[in-house]
Design a protein around this ligand. Structure first.
Ligand code: G3P
Length: 217
């Protein structure tokens, strides 16, 4: 499973990159706004800055909802760097745009996926990735992980090459469960990635080893 980080914060992206385990980055308009980025020039520069840190797929989300404008926006993002993947919302014009991008050699990530039918349609249109939002499904009392299993099953039976990019991750456990469910990618906040490091017995064991090491130093 590939590890992406879900943030537009450059320091966090650098920290994850320094770990040596990072395969890509996803952003969204909320994450960009959180960093105080304003105006199209600043947005374009920010994506270029992310591409300079990570040599992997970087999702850049369109902020329009009609076909023609999404195409123009996506073409501009794709021109920034070969690693840019245009993130397109799961709406009717979004599906048309994904098909256009796919036919014209531009990779896409279909976002805001909350059902298997949506994932199927995005895959059929030629999306490179689909992003089911696990945490938001869990938040509303449904089981987000069931959706990952369902999409995995559908794509395997139908032979779709579209990658399942599990998103809206809330914990280290979500990451482990995504790996078990066969997600191709998991995009997580830095905190959840670092959560994978933690176990109290590791801390206790290390403290003891370091104490004993003093005996033969
Ligand atoms: O980037 C899309 C997704 O990961 C958003 O997550 O935490 O806002 O539900 P969240």
């Amino acid at each position: 499973m590939k590890f992406f980080i879900d943030t537009a914060n450059l320091d966090q992206i650098k920290e994850a990159q320094d770990l040596g385990i990072l395969d890509g980055v996803t952003t969204n308009p909320s994450l960009m706004a959180k960093e105080g980025i304003k105006g199209i020039d600043a947005v374009m520069k920010h994506y270029a800055d992310i591409c300079a840190i990570v040599d992997g797929d970087i999702s850049a989300e369109v902020v329009t909802t009609d076909f023609a404008t999404m195409i123009e926006e996506g073409k501009k993002f794709a021109a920034i760097n070969k690693n840019i993947v245009v993130k397109v919302p799961m709406i009717k014009d979004g599906i048309k745009a994904i098909k256009w991008f796919s036919d014209n050699g531009i990779r896409t990530n279909c976002t805001l996926i909350f059902s298997a039918g949506q994932a199927l349609l995005a895959a059929k249109a030629g999306a490179s990735y689909v992003s089911p939002f696990l945490g938001r499904i869990d938040d509303s009392g449904w089981d987000g992980m069931e959706l990952i299993y369902q999409i995995r099953g559908l794509f395997d039976i139908q032979g779709y090459k579209t990658e399942i990019l599990a998103a809206s991750i809330r914990s280290a456990l979500h990451i482990i469960k995504c790996a078990e469910a066969g997600a191709d990618v998991c995009t997580s906040p830095l905190e959840s990635i670092l959560g994978l490091l933690k176990h109290p017995l590791t801390d206790i064991g290390l403290a003891k080893f370091l104490e004993d090491a003093k005996k033969f130093a």
